[in-house]
Ligand binder design. Structure first.
Ligand SMILES: Nc1ncnc2c1ncn2[C@@H]1O[C@H](COP(=O)(O)OP(=O)(O)OP(=O)(O)O)[C@@H](O)[C@H]1O
Ligand SMILES: [Mg+2]
Length: 636
């Protein structure tokens, strides 16, 4: 079987760290430069098409960005002119070529006020539109991504951690939305600022502006170089962070195991070492930034000082002085705009890495169909047949090598065999969690790969080995995703068959007691009983039980087993059962027992037939009796 996932599942950075992963996530394959650029532009296109679903908001927001940035750029022009009038000695005389007339001054102040108020109004509209686009975009991407994750085949989840998928859903999607709204917004704003500032500066002095532009571009390239240098360091920090987080999450999640193995100290030391490595790397990058920030400031101020020297050498008249003041203010603005563009561009490109991972996952076609297919019109009878079925998990040896098993309608069939021989795998194939690699699985005569998975799950209901529960109440666990119109008596019946009454009587809120994450607040046997009640409540035609009563004492196990059998027989039409059990006494009543060994059915028959002849079943029974006798023998 082909590997279930390729590079699309490569962990992607979370949150702000994403930008550092830009090269690695998008560009780590052997793809050519053109391919990489094509992929980047595809992600950008996709992102814009998502945002375009809020077309009106996007257009209004973009217009507001342009207007507010243009008005913002005009403010220094008006304020510099007003300032020049205020500080000029000539202003008192009211003369000097109209520049200093009261009308010019009030015009500058009016312009200043207009730009401030209209600019503020458009800025408010811009912020509002952007925020709306952002939150809607996040919700839309999250919703579609979750739907895409839910429809993936089971084998997909064997190869990817839930933490990784959670990070795609939360941090990657928000990085993506923020990059489009905040980063792109700021790039646009700063771009408008840059262009309008250049226009004003050219109108004052084209020569000085050209000279200043060349110096600024050189400075921009330098900051880009430093940016790409720190990106590599940032990537190392990100890797170290995810290793430390992964270790800590696992240790906390498995706390009971850690504690029972006395490994708290070990885990603490492991985490402390990882955090120390992380600290060293962070100190290194902070040192680079510590040197870079003053260097930028020196370069910026040095450039401004040169502009001042040039101004001192060339400005001769108050008129020129006013023009130079305007020019000087815009120099500063251009520097800020360039800084803003380079910082936001880096984040924007980084977010494309996150976008690539999100969209690849969203577009992934599941290898097994998880919806659609035929829903037979006739009433199901629960006949299940495995015909020459072969199966192996990705990267592992064969588990099943031509298994043929028949479960007749209302039959009670058991699977036995040594641990790891493939019993649970057979049940998974029946539920179509995986598809066989060879042979067929038939339900009521139809190949289950042609049937609607929803139909399969309404006919079959399983209690899996070590069944996890949802962090809901006992009742909600039993009724989870079952048909809504069932009479209340069905719940009581399911509770009775699973012998849950006594358990519930001792719970503080009875059926409404919350069971905790994965059912942690219940004992192993109690969890199994809830799972049995859940399976029965769905009224399946065929019940699949995988070691469903293994945690119960022998007496309770026998009582539950009997209650289940009676219930299934009394139903109309009667229900069947395919059960897996290690405790061989449990399968004594089965109509047929299949013994699995080395991936094939080594023997089959009733309990009495199988123990009557030498073979794998008799060996299993003998081994079990011997170990029981050993356990029960008085210690000497
Ligand atoms: N998701 C999986 N990915 C890879 N290998 C798997 C996976 N699930 C099971 N296996 C392997 O397939 C083989 C059969 O496993 P299976 O769970 O069917 O055994 P089993 O007969 O139910 O054992 P047990 O009695 O211990 O429950 C084992 O070798 C197991 O390691
Ligand atoms: Mg098993």
């Amino acid at each position: 079987m082909a590997p279930q996932n390729g590079r699309e599942l490569k962990p992607v950075a979370n949150g702000k760290d994403v930008e550092a992963d830009e090269e690695e996530d998008l560009l780590s394959t052997d793809a050519t430069e053109t391919d990489k650029n094509k992929r980047k532009s595809k992600v950008v296109q996709r992102l814009f098409s998502f945002a375009a679903e809020d077309k009106t908001l996007v257009i209004v927001g973009a217009v507001c960005i342009l207007v507010s940035s243009a008005l913002d750029t005009a403010i220094p022009n008006y304020s510099a002119r007003a300032l020049a009038i205020v500080v000029s000695d000539s202003s008192a005389s009211g003369g000097n070529g109209g520049l200093w007339s009261p009308a010019t001054f009030s015009g500058a102040i009016n312009g200043l006020l207009f730009c401030t108020f209209v600019g503020a109004a458009t800025a408010a509209a811009r912020v509002w539109c952007t925020a709306l686009v952002e939150v809607r975009l996040i919700a839309r991407v999250q919703e579609r991504l979750f739907a895409a994750i839910m429809k993936q085949e089971t084998a997909f989840f064997d190869n990817v951690s839930s933490g990784e998928l959670a990070s795609r859903l939360t941090s990657d999607t928000s990085v993506l939305a923020v990059s489009l709204t905040t980063n792109f917004n700021l790039i646009l704003q700063n771009g408008v600022n840059l262009l309008t500032s250049l226009v004003v500066m050219f109108s004052v002095s084209w020569r000085l502006t050209s000279w200043f532009s060349v110096a600024s571009v050189l400075f921009f390239l330098l900051s880009k170089k430093v940016g790409s240098l720190t990106r590599k360091m940032q990537k190392d920090i990100q890797d170290a962070t995810s290793i430390a987080n992964g270790g800590a999450t696992q240790a906390i999640g498995l706390l009971r195991t850690v504690r029972s193995l006395g490994a708290e100290e070990l885990e603490t030391q492991k985490y402390a070492k990882q955090v120390a490595d992380l600290r060293v790397q962070q100190e290194r990058i902070k040192a680079v930034w510590a040197a870079y920030v003053p260097a930028v400031s020196i370069l910026n101020n040095g450039l401004l000082a040169l502009v001042l020297v040039f101004g001192h050498a060339t400005v001769r008249t108050p008129h020129q002085a006013a023009g130079f003041a305007v020019f000087f203010l815009y120099c500063n603005r251009i520097q800020n705009a360039m800084g803003g563009i380079s910082a936001n561009w880096a984040s924007f490109l980084g977010a494309i890495g996150a976008g690539d991972a999100v969209f690849t996952l969203m577009d992934r076609e599941p290898k097994t169909r998880t919806s659609g297919g035929v829903i037979p019109a006739v009433q199901p009878i629960g006949a299940l047949t495995f015909q020459d079925v072969t199966y192996q998990f990705a990267g592992r040896g064969p588990v099943l090598r031509g298994v043929t098993i028949n479960v007749p309608p209302a039959g009670r069939v058991a699977l036995v065999g040594k641990s790891g021989c493939g019993k649970s795998t057979i049940l998974s194939l029946a539920l179509r969690l995986y598809d066989p690699l060879g042979g067929r699985v038939l339900l009521d005569g139809a190949d289950i790969s042609t049937l609607d998975p929803k139909f399969i799950r309404s006919v079959l209901s399983a209690v899996t080995q070590e069944p996890p529960l949802f962090a809901l109440s006992v009742k909600d666990n039993i009724m989870y995703n079952a048909k809504a119109d069932q009479p209340a008596s069905n719940l009581q019946e399911a509770v009775g068959i699973a012998q849950l009454d006594s358990v519930i009587a001792n719970l503080p809120q009875g059926l409404d007691t919350l069971v905790g994450e994965r059912g942690v607040r219940l004992s192993g046997g109690q969890k199994q009983r809830v799972a049995i009640a859940r399976a029965i409540y769905r009224r399946p035609t065929l019940l699949l039980l995988d070691e469903a009563t293994s945690a119960l004492d022998s007496a309770s196990e026998a009582a539950v087993q009997e209650a289940l059998e009676t219930h299934l027989q009394q139903r109309a039409p009667p229900g069947g059962m395919l059960l897996v059990a290690h405790r061989l006494s449990t399968v004594r009543n089965a109509h047929a027992i299949f013994v699995l060994k080395d991936g094939v059915v080594a023997d089959s028959g009733t309990y009495d037939e199988l123990v009557a002849r030498p073979g794998p079943f008799r060996t299993l029974v003998a081994q079990q009796l011997a170990s029981q006798a050993e356990e029960e023998a008085p210690a000497t």
